[in-house]
Design a protein around this ligand. Structure first.
Ligand SMILES: Cc1cc2nc3c(=O)[nH]c(=O)nc-3n(C[C@H](O)[C@H](O)[C@H](O)COP(=O)(O)OP(=O)(O)OC[C@H]3O[C@@H](n4cnc5c(N)ncnc54)[C@H](O)[C@@H]3O)c2cc1C
Length: 389
């Protein structure tokens, strides 16, 4: 499709989660006309509002590390650049590496360092000193990212949208997109309130991205998959704030929030689909997997009312789709972050804006995220991300 100048390009963004909000701001600050459609009456009510809100550099795929690095820098400078407080706190991520896996982790740390990410190897003695709440049996080491942390995704989304609106973007809340028709080199976006003609559409609809793709007559394999975040009552004897701790062998993760803990573990048997509500039976299974590594959790009391669930927006390879649809030109996808969309929203915004306004890639490697990969039959080298939590 011919590219347009930033002055004339009108982009419809479907979804006012953190990804749509980052894209709207990134486009608006470069001069594009932006209209954001959100079916809910408020922004950040989808996956964004249900996130555990972590940002880490410890990915095994270089493209993901670069996305995280950009995210950490942008969230660190959010107040100056966007004019709002994203509450980014660099509490760190501590991965517990099982014995036998240390060579892989060392390789990944070398690649992460090449990308400018600081990640430290902690020996078992250092682990005993710095994370005394961990039982070290069966571990090789700790892998700690001091520049990793947690933020407030709700505040970041509102910040992006507020700044985008100040630059002229329009936010249409309570406007579910129900139709997408290609017309005259652009698109007509239909809602119950009427249609709007735009030049490009960006599908940032999170777990519903497959449904939005279907409206345009194309396929995008993004599915919802429920995840639980169990919240404990205040607990003694843990040095607050803690890093976000991940036991790589079991996938159990936890972090402090005030004097409480948030605790979770992806359930491999969770069927895909928009299933709602907490799976309380999974709490027992999570605790059982967690206790040998974190014996202090024996003292944890579950606060059922504070716990929550949400949908990961999952692709078959746990990598997002970021790029133009092959068979629906002018429709761009930015979805399927598979549990990493909060931290990767700033990079996605910058990459999409650069692609739409200059035909560039924003300095990222978008090849592993190309939506066209889903249409290809298997074979050939496929990138893989080993650190999916
Ligand atoms: C329990 C849990 C823990 C997580 N932990 C982390 C973490 O630690 N770090 C991290 O980076 N990520 C984490 N994630 C993932 C992260 O929350 C998501 O990747 C991210 O929020 C995706 O943002 P989004 O804007 O793409 O989607 P969403 O926030 O879901 O936004 C999509 C929006 O599109 C709207 N929409 C849908 N259909 C339509 C339509 N037809 N018309 C108009 N609007 C529509 C929805 O209402 C929604 O507001 C976690 C997720 C969960 C559930």
């Amino acid at each position: 499709m011919p590219r347009m100048t930033s002055r004339t390009l009108h982009v419809a963004v479907v979804g006012a989660g953190i990804v749509g909000a980052a894209i709207a701001w990134s486009l608006a600050r470069r001069g594009a006309r932006v209209t954001v459609f959100e079916r809910a009456d408020a922004p950040a009510t989808g996956s964004t509002g249900r996130s555990a809100a972590g940002l880490r550099h410890q990915f095994s795929l270089r493209a993901n590390v670069r996305f995280s690095r950009f995210g950490a820098e942008r969230f660190g400078a959010f107040e100056r650049e966007v004019g709002a407080d994203a509450a980014f706190r660099r509490v760190g991520y501590l991965f517990l590496v099982p014995a036998g896996d240390e060579a892989r982790w060392a390789r990944d740390r070398a690649m992460q360092a090449e990308e400018g990410a600081r990640v430290e190897r902690w020996s078992l003695d250092e682990l005993a000193h710095r994370a005394p709440y961990v039982a070290r049996e069966g571990l090789a080491e700790g892998s700690f990212g001091p520049d990793d942390g947690v933020l407030d995704p709700h505040a970041a989304t509102l910040g992006y949208l507020g700044a985008a609106r100040a630059l002229g973007a329009e936010l249409r809340l309570g406007h579910a997109v129900v139709g997408l028709d290609a017309r005259g080199g652009g698109w007509r976006v239909a809602t119950a309130a009427g249609t709007l003609a735009v030049d490009r559409v960006v599908n940032a609809s999170g777990p519903q991205a497959g449904a939005i793709a279907a409206l345009a007559g194309t396929r995008l394999p993004v599915v919802a998959s429920r995840r639980d975040v169990f919240v404990t009552a205040p607990i003694d004897g843990v040095p607050f704030p803690t890093p976000l701790v991940v036991d790589a062998a079991t996938g159990v993760w936890w972090r402090s929030e005030g004097e409480r803990l948030l605790l979770g573990r992806s359930n491999p048997a969770e069927p895909s689909g928009e299933r709602e509500g907490m799976d309380w039976t999974w709490f027992e299974a999570t605790l059982e997997a967690a206790l040998p590594r974190f014996p202090f959790l024996e003292r944890a009391r579950l606060d059922r009312r504070a716990s929550w669930w949400g949908w990961y927006e999952v692709t078959p390879d746990h990598l997002p789709a970021i790029g133009e649809s092959v068979d629906a030109p002018g429709l761009w996808h930015a979805a399927g972050f598979s549990g990493h969309g909060v931290q990767h929203a700033p990079a996605t915004g910058a990459a999409i804006a650069d692609a739409l306004l200059s035909g560039g890639d924003g300095g990222f490697d978008l090849t592993p995220f190309d939506p066209a990969r889903f249409g290809r039959s298997s074979g050939g080298e496929r990138p893989d991300e080993a650190r999916v939590v």
